[in-house]
Design a protein around this ligand. Structure first.
Ligand SMILES: *[C@@H]1O[C@H](CO)[C@@H](O)[C@H](O)[C@H]1NC(C)=O
Ligand SMILES: *[C@@H]1O[C@H](CO)[C@@H](O)[C@H](O)[C@H]1NC(C)=O
Ligand SMILES: *[C@@H]1O[C@H](CO)[C@@H](O)[C@H](O)[C@H]1NC(C)=O
Ligand SMILES: *[C@@H]1O[C@H](CO)[C@@H](O)[C@H](O)[C@H]1NC(C)=O
Length: 455
């Protein structure tokens, strides 16, 4: 409480003194320090692609700048239950995977495969054979090699990423202990790296459901083992789909916690891949904007989670529509992010309360800001600094800011494109303008734009 009082006092003084104010609810965009062209790091999702390759028109993927997908033929019943049920059932899941691979490659997206799905994990229980049972790895090794041969002979290596095993720390996907999974990890890594056909296929792992923390035994045991074995993945992957209010369910936390663990185990930094992000209640415009801002800041690969199941798993998407219905809210947010936000990325900082964030680009024509709270109502601000970079010279002056709102109270609500909210004139001083964001619901995201003045 003491801290809050002194912070707000400080902010008031700062405004009065004409210095740049900053309080716990302000996200900052700095146009004077840019970070290269937009990469659309967050434009990925898991599953959600029908096996019928023509069912979803290509433009739906292109509109959202689709960059990463993840697939493995999960949740099909007989005769497509996976390798563990024999070669015929393996073919069913393999063909689904190959079909999704082709759909992704057609629009230039990378395909992260889920071998645990092709194996058939979702159709097994603890009485089934699991890799390494009774010291017998032969069925698993045969599977990995057959899958590698089939991917190679189907020309499915370019743009492929091998994800060794998904969420072994969740009992649904792994019914043996931590050490057995680590043995599987190291073994698989070695098999893939021993095959020159796969030399350009990145390996991603550990794809744990839980976060990298020193208290997490799955992480610490795995990190130690891969350091000892020299089997370091090309990407460190894990999931951020936890509780909305969990402090560690946030890139800002896990960037530090993983960094500390890598130092402890003397492991190198690698590309991070959050190959499942956002819980279902975060899959609304405000949540999308918050996650996009975070993932862009860290340059992390991001794939939205998928909270459907069974037959709707491949068919229902939060960012691309089934063929006959209008697009869901996520489509509009990701299209704006991918298509409108051109130029160079500005440096940004999320609000200190960790609840509000912004992503911004400095284009040749306009400055564009996408902002949203992590699914809550309240008052926030976006402070845009470095206005001189957008042609707003002098110590003070005014900026005409246009605003739009992205609506949609749930992932599948149909709302249409963002609603125009008009233009407001704000005064700037010391090259900085502050735009208030008043949020009366949990789900709205905001776009702010102003023209770049030509010298
Ligand atoms: C495990 O799965 C097999 C094959 O479907 C089934 O016969 C068996 O009853 C299951 N066991 C348990 C403990 O559920
Ligand atoms: C993320 O953590 C690394 C250390 O692992 C650090 O070098 C980097 O600056 C952090 N990124 C940001 C944006 O804070
Ligand atoms: C985004 O770009 C499209 C195509 O140029 C345009 O029609 C639309 O108005 C833009 N959206 C916003 C919110 O500026
Ligand atoms: C926003 O979500 C929180 C937590 O789920 C809920 O308590 C609150 O009522 C919601 N607020 C609004 C305005 O919908």
């Amino acid at each position: 409480m003491q801290l809050i009082i002194s912070l707000s006092t400080l902010a008031t003084c700062a405004i009065a003194g004409g210095v740049l104010p900053r309080d716990s609810t302000t996200a900052v965009v700095d146009l004077s320090v840019t970070r290269g062209a937009p990469q659309h790091w967050a434009s990925g999702f898991i599953y959600g692609i029908p096996d019928n390759e023509n069912q979803v028109a290509q433009h739906w993927y292109e509109d959202i700048g689709f960059r990463w997908g993840r697939t493995g033929g999960a949740q099909y019943g007989a005769p497509k239950r996976g390798w563990n049920w024999g070669r015929t059932e393996y073919q069913g899941r393999l063909q689904s995977t190959l079909s999704n691979y082709r759909s992704m490659r057609k629009v230039g997206a990378e395909c992260i495969i889920y071998p645990h799905d092709i194996w058939g994990t979702d159709s097994l229980n603890s009485s089934s054979y699991w890799p390494g049972d009774n010291g017998n790895w032969q069925p698993y090794d045969t599977f990995v090699k057959a899958l590698m041969d089939d991917l190679a002979s189907n020309n499915a290596l370019e743009g492929l990423v091998w994800d060794i095993w998904n969420e072994p720390d969740i009992n649904v996907f792994w019914k043996r202990d931590t050490q057995r999974w680590i043995d599987l990890y190291i073994r698989t890594h070695k098999i893939i790296r021993a095959d020159s056909r796969f030399k350009n296929v990145p390996i991603t792992g550990p794809s744990l459901a839980w976060r990298p923390m020193s208290s997490n035994k799955w992480w610490t045991a795995w990190l130690k083992a891969i350091a000892d074995a020299g089997t370091i993945p090309d990407q460190y992957s894990y999931h951020l789909e936890g509780d909305l209010n969990a402090q560690d369910n946030d890139p800002q936390y896990t960037n530090q916690s993983l960094g500390a663990l890598l130092q402890q185990y003397k492991l190198p930094e690698r590309q991070v891949s959050i190959n499942e992000y956002a819980a279902f209640n975060e899959m609304v415009p405000s949540g999308y904007a918050w996650w996009i801002s975070r993932l862009e800041r860290y340059d992390w690969i991001g794939l939205l989670g998928n909270w459907q199941g069974g037959t709707t798993l491949p068919a229902t998407r939060a960012t691309t529509p089934p063929p006959t219905t209008p697009p869901p809210p996520g489509f509009h947010v990701y299209r704006y992010y991918a298509r409108n936000m051109t130029g160079a990325r500005a440096t940004t900082t999320g609000s200190e309360d960790a609840r509000f964030d912004a992503y911004a680009t400095l284009g040749a024509d306009r400055v564009r800001v996408l902002a949203g709270p992590k699914v809550r109502a309240g008052q926030w601000k976006v402070q845009v600094r470095g206005l001189a970079a957008a042609g707003y010279a002098g110590a003070s002056g005014s900026v005409d800011v246009e605003a739009w709102e992205f609506q949609g109270s749930n992932a599948f609500a149909v709302t249409g494109p963002p609603a125009y909210k008009g233009v407001k004139t704000y005064q700037y001083s010391s090259g900085s303008v502050t735009i208030p964001v008043s949020q009366s619901n949990n789900y709205t995201a905001h776009a702010f734009e102003f023209v770049v003045k030509k010298g």
